[in-house]
Ligand binder design. Structure first.
Ligand code: IMP
Ligand code: MG
Length: 185
C-alpha cells in the first residue's frame, strides 16, 4: 500500500487538537452522566479509536459495547441510505443510559438507523457523541448531543476513519487529494 503522504492534501485536525478536544468532551460527559448507568456503544470499525481515547477521559463508571453495520462498500464514497446490522450488542441496554459514539456523521442515515434500532431495546436515555460532523451533507436529521468538530464536505481519513480499510491508525485527521488517490493504487 502507498504511503499516505502521497495523497494527503492537508492535515485537517492534528493529533494534539484531537486529544485536547476529546479531553473536553470527557469532562462534559463525566459531569452529565454522574448519576447514571452509562453504556458507551461504538459502531465498528470507524469509531473504535475515538472510543478508546474518549473512555479514558470519562471518570464515571461505565460499560462499553460494540455493534457493526454495513453501509458503505469498499471504494464507495456515497451513502446508499440503506444500513444493515452485521453484529449485535452483547449487553442488555434496557434502562441503561446509552451514549452512541461515532467517528463521523455524514448523510445521517447510519446514525438514524442505529438510533431506531437501539430505542427498541428500551434504554433509559439515548444520546449521540460524534467526533466529526460533516454538517453540509446531512440528508436525515439526527440529534447530536456531543460533537468534537464540525468539518467541511471533504473526504477525510485517519484516527479510525479508513480509505478502503487502510490508514485507520494515523493519529490525525487528514483530507485526501482525490486526484492522487485511487483505490487499489
Ligand atoms: P452516513 O450514514 O452518511 O452518515 O455515513 C456515516 C459513515 O460513512 C461513517 O460512519 C463512515 O464510516 C463513513 N464516512 C462518511 N464520510 C467519511 C469520510 O470522509 N471518511 C471516511 N469515512 C466516511
Ligand atoms: Mg463509521
Amino acid at each position: 500500500m502507498r504511503d499516505y503522504r502521497e495523497f494527503l492534501a492537508e492535515t485537517l485536525i492534528d493529533a494534539a487538537s484531537l486529544q485536547s478536544r476529546i479531553a473536553e468532551l470527557g469532562v462534559e460527559i463525566s459531569q452529565d452522566y454522574r448519576d447514571s448507568d452509562l453504556v458507551l456503544i461504538c459502531i465498528l470499525r470507524g469509531g473504535m479509536v475515538f472510543l478508546v481515547d474518549l473512555m479514558r477521559q470519562i471518570t464515571v463508571p461505565h460499560m462499553m459495547d460494540f455493534m457493526a453495520i454495513a453501509s458503505y462498500g469498499t471504494g464507495v464514497r456515497q451513502s446508499r441510505g440503506t444500513v444493515r446490522l452485521t453484529l449485535d450488542l452483547q449487553t442488555d441496554i434496557q434502562d441503561k443510559d446509552v451514549l452512541l459514539v461515532e467517528d463521523i456523521i455524514d448523510s445521517g442515515h447510519t446514525v438514524h438507523y442505529v438510533l431506531e434500532f437501539l430505542s427498541t431495546r428500551k434504554p433509559r436515555s439515548l444520546k449521540v457523541c460524534t467526533l466529526l460532523d460533516k454538517h453540509e451533507r446531512r440528508e436525515t436529521d439526527v440529534p447530536i448531543h456531543y460533537c468534537g468538530f464540525v468539518i467541511p464536505n471533504k473526504y477525510v481519513f485517519g484516527y479510525g476513519l479508513d480509505l478502503d480499510e487502510y490508514y485507520r491508525n494515523l493519529p490525525f485527521i487528514g483530507v485526501i487529494d482525490p486526484e492522487k488517490y485511487h483505490q487499489n493504487g
